[in-house]
Design a protein around this ligand. Structure first.
Ligand code: 4AD
Ligand code: MG
Length: 429
């Protein structure tokens, strides 16, 4: 019977056939051990000279790392094995011999591994990270589906800048200037007037000119947008969302977290409510800690790390100076030079994982802000229609998938949380 390694514990005592790759082997005289990977998991195949025909025994000799093979054998319980089973092989068939695999079990430098990203994916830590990513993606879809949100696929080719003009990737659109989308938000707001609770989840693009471990040029962002939701409700939605995703990873990715040596206790302590601090209080706290910051500064990685480390939980940083935030953020009625914006900062040095706000819903105020930001009015004419035809308070946020996955897995650099990272001056493979 053809089986997958992940399901072998259901087949104890049965004879199964597996197809996969050789991870490593060792043999001595009368016995050989093959570690086999089939995508669903890893298992050890035990080959005894006495049980095998000559061709099969010879195959052990010939197999190299990453050669493909088909084996048959009897599944036996083995409490010491990570998979809980091993397979006592009766037949080994070589499907293809791999020449020397560039990534051997020894240490390699990261730039080499990034060049071989297409092969590096096969390593156990990379597989674990991508499985967590996949689980988080599904968790995101389930979270919004279960709460009655409608998925709105926002376009990737756009005529307008959502998040400032300094990080745009430009392209020609039949003689017109177009950009790769920085955010789906501008397209979600009109959709919220049609469907109430909406979200988008897709790739977004920023030509970030600096090289950091927290920035990718192409990253996936999930963005909910909710009609009649105001700032307080937005903060609660962000909290509930982060908690639900952390719980989902703890529940379904135990093996992956173990492979990545992630400290689960840190994640287990993530429960709502999260601590909240206004930007103004944050500046005072940072000053008291001896950091060189003043009111009006945009907080960088160092400040975010210092701030979040005071709490050990994600923290909601709110009420920023209007001048350092996007044009569409609703002013705080009590302090009109500040906006009803919120960033969720993850602890352990991961910094901003979510950015969001209540949106300006007054037509004339929004028009004034578009002008003040020197944005081309023609490109925002349609966006202003949302405020013209039955305007309504609304709020939303964006979470970078890779930022969240990096934090939850404890991976230091975003490049390992996406299958094929796009980084400064690097688009290969
Ligand atoms: O704070 P940002 O720029 O917010 C927006 O784009 C809003 N339009 C979202 C909304 O309200 N609908 O980006 C949101 C999140 C950040 O918190 C971060 O997690 C992630 O997107 N992000 C990046 N992730 C990886 N690489 C980059 N270069 C990123 N830039 C932003
Ligand atoms: Mg932001």
């Amino acid at each position: 019977m053809r089986a997958y390694i992940s399901e072998l514990s259901k087949h104890i005592g049965e004879t199964v056939t597996l197809e996969g790759w050789l991870v490593k082997k060792r043999s001595s005289g009368k016995i050989g051990f093959l570690q086999i990977r089939d995508g669903s998991g890893d298992v050890q195949g035990v080959a005894s000279r006495a049980d095998l025909d000559e061709v099969s025994w010879q195959a052990i000799e010939e197999l190299t790392q990453e050669s493909t093979l088909r084996v048959s054998g009897v599944v036996q319980e083995d409490k010491r094995a990570p998979s809980g089973v091993e397979v006592h092989l009766g037949k080994i068939e070589i499907l293809a011999i791999s020449p020397e695999f560039p990534i051997s079990p020894k240490e390699h430098g990261v730039s080499f591994l990034m060049e071989k990203r297409h092969l590096w994916l096969r390593s156990s830590r990379q597989r674990a990270a991508l499985r967590v990513r996949s689980e988080v993606s599904q968790g995101i879809r389930d979270f919004f589906y279960e709460r009655g949100f409608t998925l709105i696929d926002s376009p990737i080719l756009t005529p307008a800048a959502c998040e400032g003009t300094s990080t745009l990737f430009e392209t020609d659109y039949f003689g017109e200037q177009a950009y790769l989308s920085q955010s789906g938000q501008l397209y979600l707001e009109p959709a919220a007037a049609a469907l109430g609770k909406v979200y988008c989840f897709g790739p977004t693009f920023r030509a970030e000119k600096s090289k950091t471990r927290r920035h990718l040029m192409e990253f996936w962002m999930v963005e909910p947008e909710v009609a009649f939701l105001e700032f307080g409700g937005l903060c609660e939605l962000a909290e509930e969302f982060v908690c639900a995703l952390v719980a989902r990873v703890l529940d379904r990715c135990s093996a992956e977290l173990a492979t990545l040596e992630r400290d689960r206790s840190v994640l287990e302590s993530i429960t709502a409510p999260f601590p909240r601090i206004t930007y103004s209080d944050a500046i005072d706290a940072l000053k008291a800690d001896g950091l060189d910051v003043s009111w009006g500064d945009d907080l960088g990685a160092e400040e975010e790390t210092a701030l979040a480390s005071r709490f050990g939980k994600p923290v909601l940083l709110t009420h920023f100076p209007a001048a350092i935030k996007a044009f569409y953020m609703e002013p705080d009625p009590d302090n009109p030079d500040q906006v009803l914006g919120v960033d969720v900062l993850a602890p352990e040095g991961y910094g901003e994982i979510i950015g969001g706000s209540q949106r300006i819903h007054d037509h004339d105020l929004l028009l004034e802000r578009i002008r003040a930001h020197d944005l081309p009015l023609e490109a925002f004419d349609w966006y202003l229609d949302v405020r013209k035809f039955g305007t309504f308070p609304h709020s939303g946020f964006g979470m970078g998938l890779e930022r969240f996955v990096a934090w939850v897995t404890g991976l230091k650099h975003l490049r390992e949380t996406i299958p094929y990272p796009r980084m400064l001056n690097k688009i290969y493979p």
